[in-house]
Design a protein around this ligand. Structure first.
Ligand code: ASP
Ligand code: MG
Length: 592
């Protein structure tokens, strides 16, 4: 018999009426011939209320007691949901995380799932029950109650779907699907029928997702197809699967991270271990760093710029002050009035001119780009916060995201999952140990790359566009792009990587442009190390561990970029093999 997991978020169970209407959806699914597991969140804003209550008693409540408290929210809703189903004359039984055997580690308030025993749930389903599972919670090896982090019920739902081999995982929520961008910001945003795991992961890490990012990692790892749909209508919603919406369109979504801050550490000695000294201090404080850009050093010193969530600025500056002292950097600057605009799309990985199109749309809107980072499937630009919405609109329009692609893919339930390993193989291997562990797919060394660096680039709107239009026009395939914002005398620098054989051509066209760069330089003596996997950003330790491994080997990092899928670093060519060996050793346990 097919098995369906349905998850109802807080707004979908906010009142007794809504609980009853959710109960009807579950009953209907059972009547249609499915076994049904229902995962529920706490009612409405209950979790917020509980946190509030705790803070009134103790500013810094012990994390263990916090989990004891927060888990009650879901315990209330599972009981009520089971009662609602009984009242309609059907069989249901509610289970807490511990009762259904969700084992987690003991990091209270952000625990990760290790194992799930499915025996009890299966027995109850086989006896004709609808099983009502409390989201967001588990139990550690000592029977302490744990919670999975805010929004964690999504992760419970996808995890259950994975281990039970469910045929569908439906996420019922207060929006009717996944949009090309936040429809509250741009009314022209379009609801998509389909989006890929990778794109959804990038969007989730940009804060632009209707789902918990760890749940998408889970779904990708185990190939669980997810349907996000409204609990208040019967509209089909959006599928999150292994396929993108279109095979030809380069960009499928855009996101705005409005509350960012930029920090630049200036004059960092350009020697091994310096990035590590700086980022380690941010990681220790659990500050998530994005858009890391390191200039190629002048006079053996480099500037390192990066962005963080604005509300963490104070704490981050404390870390930076320490970092400056330890590394002997000359100082730092920051800007707390910036925002990050990003585009995401699987299709951009094998098309040229995508970055250029984004830059030109911003230039045409008169918006200055302060920093750029790119990765396989994401391009981010830092702009002034006052221009954020205009920037998002410009980019959304440039890529015609409001128009459904002509070659839109379809997804049918039961469609096989592409990929080299079958989901069940992976489940078998991981379920015995650690379901949410960091999973690395590949560690590789790319040697045939070259770097082009422009220094003394005037910091004016349109410059990045011009540079990348010139190189795109002659057919150069540009990979990593970084533009920093050292801000000296209104100048910036731009570096990018190209295939080795295309470096002379790139230098040639840029030399002929007549723009007054201070210097146009390049080097073929670089190597790119790349670690790819699932959950690279929610396991923030990956980039740090990479820095550490390279620093311990005395290897200097020249360029860095990070995404959900991959962390890339560019190092000197001579260090390639040694760097690869160091990373293989560091990550040996995490490779699947
Ligand atoms: N109730 C928890 C929260 O509000 C978990 C969830 O809703 O997914 O974060
Ligand atoms: Mg919630």
């Amino acid at each position: 018999m097919p098995l369906i997991v349905q998850k109802f978020g807080g707004t979908s169970v906010a009142t007794p009426e809504k609980i009853q209407s959710a109960a009807r959806k579950a009953i209907r699914a059972q009547q249609e011939g499915n076994q049904v597991v229902v995962v529920v969140s706490a009612m409405g804003h209950e979790t917020d209320h509980l946190i509030d209550l705790a803070k009134q008693i103790n500013d810094e409540p012990p994390a263990r007691e916090m989990d004891m408290l927060l888990s009650t929210g879901e315990q209330v809703s599972v009981a009520l949901m089971a009662m609602a189903i009984h009242r309609f004359g059907y069989r249901a039984i509610s289970l807490t995380g511990a009762q259904m055997g969700i084992r987690t580690d003991n990091s209270f308030t952000k625990a990760r799932i290790k194992t799930i025993s499915t025996e009890r749930i299966r027995k109850l389903l086989d006896a004709g029950n609808i099983v009502i599972a409390a989201g967001f919670q588990g139990v550690d090896d000592d029977y302490n109650i744990t919670t999975l982090g805010r929004g964690g019920s999504d992760t419970t739902a996808v995890a259950l779907a994975a281990v039970l081999g469910a045929d569908a995982c439906e996420i019922y929520t207060d929006v009717d699907g996944v949009y090309t961008t936040d429809p509250r910001l741009l009314p022209e945003a379009r609801q998509m029928d389909l989006i890929s795991y990778d794109e959804m992961l990038e969007l989730a890490s940009l804060g632009a997702s209707v789902m918990h990012n760890r749940s998408i990692e889970f779904a990708k790892k185990f190939g669980v197809p997810i349907r996000v749909r409204s609990s208040f209508s019967d509209a089909p919603g959006s599928m999150i699967v292994s396929l993108p919406e279109s095979n030809t369109v380069p960009v499928s979504g855009a996101a705005l991270t409005r509350e960012e801050a930029r920090i630049t550490v200036q004059g960092v000695p350009d020697s091994p271990g310096m990035s590590y000294e700086i980022f380690r201090r941010l990681a220790d404080r659990k500050i998530t760093v994005d858009m890391i850009v390191q200039n190629i050093g002048m006079e053996d010193r480099a500037d390192i710029s990066f962005t963080i969530p604005n509300h963490e600025l104070k704490e981050a500056l404390r870390a930076i002050e320490e970092g400056v002292k330890v590394t002997g950097a000359t100082g730092y600057t920051y800007d707390d009035a910036v925002a990050k605009v990003s585009v995401v799309g699987l299709g951009m990985a094998n098309q040229t001119g995508v970055a250029e199109k984004m830059f030109s749309s911003l230039a045409n809107a008169g918006i200055n780009i302060q920093m750029i980072t790119t990765s396989e499937i994401k391009i981010s630009c830092l702009v002034q916060r006052s221009e954020a919405t205009a920037a998002l609109r410009a980019v959304h329009q440039a890529f015609s995201l409001h128009v459904k692609p002509a070659d839109a893919n379809q997804w049918r339930i039961g469609q096989s999952i592409s990929g080299s390993q079958s989901a069940s193989e992976i489940v078998d291997r991981l379920s015995k140990s650690n379901l949410e562990q960091l999973t690395l797919l590949d560690i590789s060394l790319l040697g045939d790359q070259a770097r082009v660096t422009l220094t003394g680039v005037p910091d004016t709107p349109g410059l990045a566009e011009k540079v990348f239009r010139e190189v795109a026009e002659v057919g150069v395939f540009v990979d990593m792009i970084i533009q920093s914002c050292d801000g000296y005398l209104g100048e910036t620098s731009i570096s990018f990587t190209v295939p080795e054989e295309q470096m002379p051509l790139s230098l040639d066209v840029l030399g002929k442009t007549g723009y007054n760069f201070r210097k146009i330089g390049g080097s073929t003596d670089i190597a790119k190390l790349s670690v790819s996997g699932i959950g690279l950003r929610s396991h923030t330790s990956v980039a740090i561990a990479m820095f550490k491994a390279l620093a311990d080997e005395g290897i200097n990092v020249l360029m860095i970029n990070t995404s959900e899928l991959r962390v890339n670093v560019v190092i000197e060519g001579k260090d390639g093999q040694r760097g690869l060996a160091a990373l293989q050793k560091t990550f040996a346990g995490a490779l699947v």
